[in-house]
Design a protein around this ligand. Structure first.
Ligand SMILES: N[C@@H](CCC(=O)N[C@@H](CS)C(=O)NCC(=O)O)C(=O)O
Length: 216
């Protein structure tokens, strides 16, 4: 059994990063196909694999699953012993709550602070109050998770919830958000995790450059 994941550029495609980290972290065998975003061919190339026209897409043989959360859930169902979600039902429900909070929310932050792994900017207010509220919510979520479960990740061990927030850590470092100590420790742990390192190292040497880096 082997999967293929279709992703956008690693430097920019935060949605692609999330299920890719799950595949890589849990040692699942997979190939990847990268479709650079924002080219005249992007849309047609993605439509060859999924009618939804977005990456990421997971192929299990010829069966396509699209959307980052749907892919993660598919992998969790197919590999129940890996601990992609926490094993305790309440922890698992909470992990899904925070993962879906990211999936369905944080739009002001995504708009104002697009992921660009190569970039390090000095922090300056961007996007106003809604962005600051998003980041404050993220910091509260880390504090709560680490206090309850002991860290270093949101639910103790690395899980799909951390995959969902990994691009957020890249944004906080890229835009030099003045992090509180608990957030800084979480960001360090997520960014030191080997799957994240592998994605990051590949992303920062990619040749493509988007003037509008809003590929969140
Ligand atoms: N909700 C989707 C969002 C996917 C998404 O917006 N992907 C972007 C790249 S990160 C994309 O495919 N853009 C290409 C396009 O819109 O043409 C998910 O979670 O997978």
């Amino acid at each position: 059994m082997s999967y293929t994941i279709i992703i956008g550029n690693k430097n920019y495609s935060s949605w692609s990063m999330r299920p890719w980290l799950v595949l890589e972290h849990f040692g699942l065998p997979f190939d990847e196909i990268m479709i650079p975003l924002d080219t005249p061919e992007t849309r047609a190339s993605i439509l060859n694999h999924s009618p939804a026209g977005k990456v990421p897409i997971l192929l299990d043989g010829s069966f396509a699953v699209w959307d980052s959360m749907a892919i993660i859930e598919y992998l969790a169902e197919k590999h129940p012993d890996l601990g992609i979600w926490p094993s305790d039902p309440k922890m698992r429900a909470r992990a899904r709550s925070v993962a879906l909070e990211m999936h369905a929310g944080f739009s002001p932050m995504r708009q104002a602070l697009p992921m660009n792994l190569k970039m390090v900017k000095r922090w300056k207010p961007r996007g106003g109050g809604p962005v600051v509220r998003d980041i404050a919510r993220f910091e509260a979520l880390i504090r709560d998770g680490v206090n309850r479960f002991g860290g270093p990740f949101l639910f103790g061990e690395w899980s799909a919830a951390d995959a969902m927030y990994a691009p957020m850590t890249a944004r906080l470092t890229g835009y030099s958000w003045p992090m509180e100590p608990a957030t800084a420790a979480y960001v360090r742990a997520v960014q030191a995790e080997p799957a994240y390192r592998k994605w990051y190292e590949a992303g920062i040497v990619e040749p493509w450059s988007h003037t509008n880096a809003d590929k969140a």
